[in-house]
Design a protein around this ligand. Structure first.
Ligand code: NAD
Ligand code: HSO
Ligand code: ZN
Length: 437
């Protein structure tokens, strides 16, 4: 990990310090993904078979998971894992249900009622990563809010294992949350299949879920082309930790490593005003890294990551807001007192006993979060992500008589005479109706 002294850096060095690894390979990824999308759009299942064979080492006869596979999957899991998945799903549901947007209605003027209706997006496509490690928790994070929203058709894609099967825990979680159809497809090809539809895979209105840089790039390309809406760019994982002198170095190192082990392009940043804490974390990282099964992956991620000394903790918040991390851990003595300083982050973890891993699995919040700076303008997945909000208005004769002049003045100012006339005509009628009454 690179050690930096923020006050000593010039503007260019500060910008470089906040660069993500994914940004360095963006051009290459863009071309690879564009080619995959083109192939799937033009040749459907045939292309899916060829690309899966090339990238995932397997070309299944049928992409869709069959009924017997769900049963075998559930039976193959340990009771402890099954009950952890059920337990996590319940807590995720509790948090997401509490945040559901309600329809509402307001009388904005006498006789003018404006409403907002909530409607589920009909067919949604969920992506659950399984390249370097299958993530059944992601099936919960997408499946639970999609069900709460009431989406009529919930389709899920996840990369096949080498033997052509889907990960059993992902299948169990998908079935638990009521996903209707699961397809053994990964990467950009899965995203293209759900965006355009093929003979096997239905075309979906909106695509959700995290993934590596190929998946994230594919989501962005299909969204730009207008083929499907997407939740957000939820790419390689990131964590930024702000720690004070009193933080526990072992906890901080463990949190950094828990994101680093996701993939070689994960990014971890630590900001502290204490040199002693930075030294201690560096030592802990070396010790804990040695014991990790995924040490090689974590080591590659750490190579692109930074430990930064800041002059004061306030400066750390300015840096964090500029970077807009997916996850922000406040390993501070009074973390809640600093919360007002957070402007841009996907999800925030307060204090020494709230590791990011808790939010990844089972505190109840969603772990599908914006990366690569998107947290400046995007939020994590929620039930609202799976819904559309439709506005409705109804004016009575008295209503248009009351506010019509306002519309006419604005229409005339914009030079839109037909607009003005549509209102004036009714105002005249409304006036005579009122006189007759
Ligand atoms: N932001 C979030 O909310 C969030 C949540 C969970 C996980 N994640 C991230 O999801 C990612 C999961 O990545 P993963 O790789 O384990 O699984 P993945 O399912 O995202 O990607 C695997 C697929 O990538 C494709 N692929 C691999 N190499 C390729 C190449 N050279 N060219 C084209 N396609 C290629 C293959 O088709 C494979 O099926 C991690 O980076 C993790 O940090 C992010
Ligand atoms: N940290 C990931 C989000 O960036 C989510 C995850 C799933 N499983 C473990 N972690
Ligand atoms: Zn994680």
């Amino acid at each position: 990990m690179q050690r930096l002294d923020w006050p000593a850096l010039d503007v260019a060095a500060r910008e470089a310090a906040l660069q993500r690894p994914v940004q360095a390979v963006a051009g290459r990824t863009r071309d690879t993904v564009a080619a995959i999308i083109d192939e799937v759009r033009s040749r459907g299942d045939e292309a899916l078979r060829e690309i899966s064979a090339r990238l995932d080492g397997v070309a299944p006869d049928a992409f869709e998971v069959a009924e017997a596979e769900y049963e075998a999957a559930a039976a193959s899991l340990s009771p402890a894992l099954r009950s952890a998945i059920v337990d996590a799903a319940e807590r995720i549901e509790r948090f997401h249900r509490a945040g559901m947007v309600q329809p509402y209605s307001v009388e904005t003027a006498p006789g003018v009622v404006c409403e907002r209706m909530v409607r589920a997006i009909a067919r949604v496509g969920l992506y659950v990563p399984a390249g370097s490690a299958p993530l059944p928790s992601t099936a919960l994070m997408l499946g639970v809010p999609a069900r709460l929203a009431g989406c009529r058709e919930r389709v899920l894609c996840t990369p096949p294992r080498r033997d052509g099967s889907a990960d059993p825990a992902v299948l169990f979680a998908a079935q638990l949350t009521g996903v209707h159809r699961v397809f053994k497809l990964g990467g950009a090809q899965a995203i293209a299949a759900m965006a355009f539809g093929t003979a096997s895979v239905p075309r979906c209105d909106k695509l959700f879920g995290p993934g590596n840089s190929y998946v994230t790039e594919a989501k962005q390309q299909v969204a730009q082309g207008g083929s499907a809406a997407i939740d957000m760019p939820a790419g390689p994982s990131e964590v930024l930790v702000i720690a004070d002198a009193g933080a526990d170095a072992a906890f901080v190192a463990a949190d950094l490593l828990s994101q680093a082990e996701h993939g070689p392009d994960s990014q971890v940043l630590l900001l502290s005003d204490s040199d002693a804490l930075l030294d201690a974390v560096q030592g802990e990282l070396a010790i804990q890294l040695a014991a990790l099964p995924r040490a090689d992956i974590a080591r590659q991620a750490l190579a692109g990551s930074r430990l930064v000394r800041v002059e004061a903790l306030g400066d750390a918040f300015d840096i964090s807001n500029a970077y807009a991390p997916e996850h922000l851990i406040l390993a501070l003595r009074e973390p809640r007192a600093w919360l007002d300083r957070v402007d841009a982050a996907g999800s925030v973890f307060l204090g020494d006993f709230t590791p990011e891993a808790l939010g990844d699995y089972c505190s109840g919040t969603n772990h599908v979060l914006p990366t690569n700076g998107a947290a400046r303008a995007c939020s994590g997945v929620s039930v609202a992500s799976f819904q559309n909000f439709v506005s409705v208005q109804a004016a009575s004769a008295a209503g248009i008589a009351g506010i019509g002049a306002c519309a006419v003045t604005l229409a005339e100012a914009e030079g839109l005479e037909a607009h003005a006339s549509a209102v004036r005509l009714r105002m005249g009628r409304a006036g005579s109706a009122q006189e007759a009454a």
